[in-house]
Design a protein around this ligand. Structure first.
Ligand code: AP5
Length: 217
């Protein structure tokens, strides 16, 4: 029987969850489930819900748990999650962690590990403030740490890069506040369950990836 790999990638905004989730998704051939990406897609719809979600995300707050839990519950039912999955940005509160336990129990699944990326606040602010994205392929750059070759254009698609609207300074500080108040308590929650795998997230992306693989095997 093939072994499943079912992970939560945990950490503050800018810790590198998306970067590492993508690498792990390729490595293990399992889907990356990013609640942030799903919500950003939902925001593009012309509906009252989309407008409500937009306002919440622009403030850097958490969108209502009921919405996110439903999204994750439905996504985990899909066939491609049969061999495992990487949850990127979920759970973010103890309430969401308990909902995840219920969902996994009902679907006959279980978590193998919660990989926690540890990065200093100074580094997080620098990473988020300088992040720029390609609108076509989604590739992430950083103005000083990983700049594109041509001035603010994607190396591959040549499209002008954009800044996420929640990567502006006031929203970054709001997101970090929310993380410390509402999400950080999950570190102890998962440590008590024996699932927590702390990783030094402040080394380069390839070294972080190597550390993650070493704690998973
Ligand atoms: P979400 O999209 O999940 O954002 P986030 O958690 O704030 O995380 P980011 O995407 O900003 O950062 P990341 O950790 O993925 O880092 P990345 O790899 O991009 O959520 C957005 C919003 O949606 C939330 O604020 C909330 O409103 C809502 N939401 C989402 N989930 C929710 C939930 N469960 N409940 C309620 N609301 C929810 O890297 C960042 C930058 O650093 C990049 O430029 C990258 O190139 C660079 N970088 C990455 N790794 C390294 C490294 N090792 N060294 C140097 N640079 C690096």
């Amino acid at each position: 029987m093939t072994k499943t790999t079912s992970l939560v990638l945990f950490g503050p905004p800018g810790a590198g969850k998306g970067t590492q989730a993508e690498k792990l998704s390729h490595h293990f051939t399992i889907p990356q489930i990013s609640t942030g990406n799903i919500l950003r897609k939902l925001r593009t719809e012309d509906t009252p819900l989309a407008r409500e979600v937009s306002e919440v995300m622009l403030r850097g707050d958490l969108v209502p748990a009921s919405l996110v839990v439903d999204i994750v519950e439905e996504r985990l039912k899909e066939k491609d999650c049969g061999a495992g999955f990487i949850l990127d940005g979920f759970p973010r509160t103890v309430e969401q962690a308990k909902a995840l336990e219920r969902i996994l129990g009902e679907q006959g699944k279980q978590l193998d590990a919660v990989v926690s990326l540890e990065v200093s606040e100074k580094e997080l602010v620098a990473r988020l403030g300088g992040r720029r994205l390609c609108p076509a392929c989604g590739r992430a750059y950083h103005l000083s740490m990983n700049p594109p070759k041509e001035d603010e254009r994607c190396d591959t698609c040549k499209k002008p890069l954009f800044q996420r609207d929640d990567d502006r300074e006031d929203t970054i500080l709001g997101r970090l506040r929310v993380y410390w108040h509402e999400t950080a308590p999950l570190v102890d929650y998962y440590r008590h369950q024996g699932l927590l795998r702390p990783i030094d997230g402040e080394t380069g992306p390839d070294r972080v990836f190597a550390q993650i693989l070493s704690v998973l095997t």
